[in-house]
Design a protein. Structure first.
Length: 476
């Protein structure tokens, strides 16, 4: 682009920036800058953009006179200035090496650069062997070739096409001269956010205080100063996604008191948008944590679930006769909470990790376990599997097996739960079936959860034992 009418715009010209970060490793950046334009053809160099910009997503417009400025050409320059790029673009040009010998004598080698340091040169014989060099090759004025010369390297000029920072270049047709308020929008990759939740269980273990945190990881190659920040929660489809960088975990979330929530939530299309009240600076190569939500006295239910048949299932179907051996089974600790206003919640919960803590007799918070939740709308049930019970154990075995006809079998199962605690416990025994099934007899009442699953809710007294038996007929 021509330099005589070149206008350079940097971050100093910024009058406002807004940022919508998605939890799929990208963000929409909107930046307002004032640019002085002349009537006619203008060339604008727009610096201080994200290094991870998607150049196909860029939009430029004048807010002052939208119909008076038209983009005729757009370029994205990302060949950054560094020693390697300078040498790569200096092939065929004169270079000098200043060498200082041990005796203090200074020697200048001057010649033409034939190969940059990243090039591989050499000679290969018929057998595939030979000598191969990687590095600088310089032809001196007397015709000699010097490989990888040492010393201080000097060049006469800086090659064209190199920039010190990623830049956008526009060729504009302008019908109205003057200072224009402009807005540039683009998608930047390598910036993401995630939600983390801390739930502190009360002494009676029937309520939690829930705090949600937002962790923003910015590796986009740009700093967004005093930005209006928004977070988009939902599974937004993109045709191609860049690999997500490894996340940076922040420890100690539970040891600090959460401030009041800083984000205002609203439904947006089929997603949910969280808008920060005020502005914040999101620096490059920084992980920032902010309060998303807070809820006190959330009622929870703790369950012990015995689901021994789960491991035999492939795509929801258990093979005939499988799962018949005696199994010692761990009971899963499951914590459930209803995400409703009546339960002091009722807000959309972005997907993330939930960590549970409880204070011991000395007031020290102890970690109980964690689980991941998906995007959860209001009024839905949040179900967390946080670990396995220590003092309550289970055993499941098949006590009888009959094939009463072709593709018809009858099986009898016995599930034993032993409670070694000093308190009574409620246990939910979950059983899975396949094919066309019918329970012929059972020792305890059960609830049918779906076409292939039932549960037996039982109470096991302290230091007690409960045995659940049933016989099922299966056709296939």
């Amino acid at each position: 682009m021509e330099a005589q009418n070149m206008v350079t715009s940097t971050a100093k010209d910024t009058k406002g920036v807004s940022l919508t970060v998605y939890n799929q490793n990208f963000a929409v950046v909107r930046e307002n800058r004032q640019i002085n334009l002349k009537e006619g053809v203008n060339f604008v160099r727009y610096e201080d953009v994200a290094a991870q910009i998607d150049p196909t997503s860029i939009s430029f417009k004048s807010l002052t006179a939208p119909n008076a400025v038209a983009v005729r050409e757009q370029n994205y320059q990302y060949d950054l200035l560094n020693p390697i790029s300078i040498l790569n673009k200096s092939v065929g040009k004169t270079v000098r090496f200043k060498q200082v010998h041990p005796d203090g004598k200074v020697e200048i080698l001057e010649g033409t650069l034939l190969n940059p340091p990243t090039a591989v040169v050499g000679q290969t014989d018929a057998g595939g062997g030979g000598t191969v060099y990687q590095g600088l090759v310089v032809r001196l004025k007397d015709g000699r070739l010097v490989l990888n010369p040492t010393g201080q390297l000097e060049l006469n000029e800086l090659p064209e096409g190199l920039v010190s920072r990623p830049s956008l270049l526009w060729k504009l047709d302008v019908d109205r001269a003057g200072t224009h308020n402009t807005q540039v929008s683009y998608i930047a990759n390598a910036i993401t956010w995630k939600a983390d939740y801390v739930a502190v269980v009360n002494k009676d273990e029937n309520m939690v205080d829930l705090t949600g945190w937002v962790t923003i990881d910015n590796r986009s190659g740009a700093t967004y100063t005093d930005a209006q920040l928004q977070l988009m929660a939902g599974d937004v489809r993109r045709v191609q996604e860049a690999p997500m960088p490894a996340g940076v975990a922040l420890d100690g979330m539970v040891v600090k008191r959460a401030a009041a929530p800083q984000f205002e939530e609203q439904a947006f299309f089929e997603y949910h948008l969280y808008t920060l009240q005020g502005t914040t600076t999101v620096r490059d190569n920084e992980t920032k944590q902010m309060t998303l939500l807070s809820a006190a006295d959330v009622k929870v239910t703790r369950k012990l679930v015995l689901d021994a048949g789960r491991r035999w299932w492939i795509q929801g179907i258990r093979a005939p006769g499988m799962g018949g051996d005696t199994q010692n089974v761990k009971l899963n600790i499951v914590v459930e909470m209803r995400n409703s206003k009546e339960n002091n919640m009722g807000m959309p919960l972005p997907k993330g990790k939930v960590r549970l803590y409880k204070a011991d007799d000395r007031g020290n918070l102890q970690f109980l376990g964690e689980d991941l939740i998906d995007h959860t709308p209001k009024d839905e049930l949040v179900r967390l599997y946080i670990g396995d019970a220590f003092d309550v154990v289970g055993e499941r075995k098949r006590t009888d097996y009959k094939q009463i006809a072709d593709r018809v079998i009858e099986e009898t199962y016995e599930i034993t739960v032993r409670n070694h605690k000093e308190t009574d416990v409620d246990v939910w025994i979950v059983e899975h079936f396949w094919g066309e099934w019918q329970i012929l007899n059972n020792s305890h009442q059960y609830n049918k959860l779906d076409a292939h699953t039932v549960e037996f809710p039982v109470k096991v007294e302290r230091n007690g034992v409960v045995k659940v038996t049933y016989t099922v007929r299966t056709r296939w």
